[in-house]
Write a protein that binds this ligand. Structure first.
Ligand code: DGP
Length: 138
């Protein structure tokens, strides 16, 4: 299941570059290009499912297993004040990429983050450096 117009399918295929953290047969974890805080990354199924309403249960389970691994590594690498796992479905929930994904989102005390945050361009050098710190914890 691949959608040729999907940016995350292109990342899975290697046609679009990303800071990959981890992958296995079913899932891929990579850095978010618009990080809210350092360490903000995404976990996706390699197969294309648009939302939680479409994803196969086995694929959701595989994403959940990888998310636990990634969240633990991000926590060890960056020691944030807390962490949210966020998953959006549909425009009303501010889903902007129609390929199922879970945000692993480190938090800082007092950041007053709204769930529907405004995207801001990331610093690619900084994102790459943070990815290396997280990978060191696998
Ligand atoms: P959502 O709004 O919940 O659908 O989150 C989609 C996220 O995907 C958003 O935080 C930005 C990120 N994103 C969008 N395009 C790209 C891309 O080409 N590369 C990477 N690494 N992340 C992307």
């Amino acid at each position: 299941m691949v959608d040729p117009n999907c940016i995350f399918c292109k990342i899975v295929a290697g046609a679009v570059p990303s800071f990959k953290l981890y992958e296995n047969a079913e899932t891929l974890a990579f850095m978010d290009i618009n990080p809210v805080h350092d360490g903000h990354c995404l976990v996706i199924p390699k197969a294309h499912f648009a939302t939680v309403f479409d994803i196969a249960p086995e694929a959701f389970a595989a994403v959940a297993r990888t998310t636990a691994v990634i969240a633990t590594a991000v926590n060890a690498a960056l020691k944030p004040d807390g962490m949210n796992l966020i998953q959006a479905n549909g425009t009303g929930a501010a889903q902007s990429v129609g390929h199922f994904h879970i945000h692993v989102l480190p938090r800082q005390l007092g950041d007053n983050l709204l769930i529907n945050w405004a995207p801001r361009p990331g610093d690619m050098t900084q994102i790459g450096e943070v990815a290396a710190r997280i990978r060191a914890h696998f």
